[in-house]
Ligand binder design. Structure first.
Ligand SMILES: O=C(O)CCC(=O)C(=O)O
Length: 391
């Protein structure tokens, strides 16, 4: 296993954790060491017939996350970077503005579905609040931002597949979808998609939390009930700007995050480890694992292309959690409609990478549905995330 070189970033952004800076540096160094002993990283490997290598399956279920190395190659990464820059250039010039910095209509302006999420620079918009079903019980450390920092920054864009063709092509990646089928079954279904922006010296924290809000009392609840997110790293990620995980907590039905922080005396949970990635690595992260990320005082960018998948049985005829959209019962028709994004992703990828063997999504093979990413497709997916499958 080759651990990538990721030196702990020195703070050259002019901002840091103040009195806690030394403790944070030490925490990051120790977390990095722990992360590299887990044995949960390497390339995607199948052993034939869509069966994921058993070592990967074992490590994923043991730790609650797995780092797939080198999935996105340099030519694709270059296209993604250009595309992401385009997306960012279309953010409203300031929060609430209808135009971007160049005077064009801002991204998200015509969307009804959740799209842009804003925060104070280095802030923690959810920690210690009742928002999102109160699943982020503890406020993270909020370093003091630079005097010239903007009032508000965008840290998340939801419904991202309608805004980024490059993200849509990643969504249709045959090996990534092969992993989804291996873990969640060949009839796996979408959850939601987003782009996380962790800008150097500005990026907000995401307070410690677990993602699922339904099923915790279900008799058949298990370590995979709430599915997982893929987190594709455009620029890589370090202990300073990456997501941290408390390995193994996806197996626990109850975890008291507030008590863990109280015991630690801070938001630096002693047994947590950072996801550490090179550009092009893709993490598979169980949604039940305790995870979060710190404010990014480091000089390094993180952009995560985030997209999740569920087992079909976790959502079929289930009443949703109501976090990402209206509470609803997810019937087969709705699931099929939402899964058209998988079809569009596969077709967008087929058109751009004709030499690759496209992924065959079993429900579309069975139903005979064909989703073609043609000129009419973008309009038909406007606000598609009103139908995210959120549990
Ligand atoms: O990217 C991050 O900082 C947080 C991601 C996260 O919490 C999630 O995907 O559930």
């Amino acid at each position: 296993m080759n651990a990538p070189e990721h030196p702990i970033a020195k703070t050259s952004t002019g901002v840091d954790f103040g009195a806690d800076e030394a403790a944070m540096q030490q925490y990051q160094a120790e977390g990095l060491q722990r992360a590299m002993t887990l044995g949960n990283r390497g390339p995607i490997r199948f052993i034939g017939n869509g069966v994921l290598h058993p070592d990967i399956v074992e490590a994923y279920w043991r730790c609650g996350f797995y780092v797939f190395e080198g999935v996105l190659k340099p030519d694709e990464l270059a296209e993604i970077e250009t595309d992401i820059d385009q997306v960012r250039s279309r953010f409203p010039a300031t929060r609430g503005a209808e135009t971007d910095a160049q005077g064009r209509p801002a991204i998200g302006l015509t969307n009804k579905a959740p799209n842009l999420f804003w925060s104070k620079p280095l802030g923690d918009p959810f920690g210690g609040t009742d928002a999102a079903a109160g699943r982020h019980p503890v406020k993270m450390s909020v370093p003091k931002a630079a005097a010239d920092a903007p009032e508000q920054i965008v840290y998340l864009l939801l419904g991202s597949l309608q805004h980024s063709e490059a993200a849509l092509r990643v969504y249709g990646h045959p090996e990534i979808l092969g992993v989804a089928a291996a873990i969640n079954g060949t009839d796996f279904v979408p959850f939601n998609e987003g782009l996380f922006f962790k800008e150097p010296g500005l990026g907000a924290s995401v307070a410690w939390h677990r993602d699922g809000v339904t099923h915790w009392d279900a008799p058949d609840w298990d370590q995979g009930t709430h599915g997982f997110n893929f987190m594709a790293q455009v620029y890589g990620c370090t202990p300073a700007n990456g997501v941290w995980v408390l390995p193994g907590t996806h197996k626990l039905n109850k975890v008291d995050i507030a008590a863990l922080c109280a015991e630690a005396g801070s938001d630096r949970l002693p047994d947590a480890v950072p996801m550490v990635c090179a550009p092009g690595d893709v993490v598979m992260s169980n949604r039940q694992v305790v995870h979060g990320s710190f404010a990014n005082t480091s000089p390094d960018w993180r952009v995560t292309i985030n997209f999740g998948f569920h087992r079909r049985r976790s959502v079929l005829d289930v009443e949703s959690g109501g976090i990402h959209n209206e509470v609803a019962v997810y019937d087969a028709t709705r699931i099929a409609r939402r899964a058209r994004m998988i079809g569009y992703g596969i077709d967008a990828r087929r058109q751009r990478y004709p030499d690759e063997t496209p992924f065959a999504y079993q429900p579309h093979v069975d139903s005979g549905e064909k989703w073609v990413r043609d000129d009419a497709a973008p309009a038909s997916v406007h606000d598609y995330n009103l139908e995210d499958l959120s549990i």
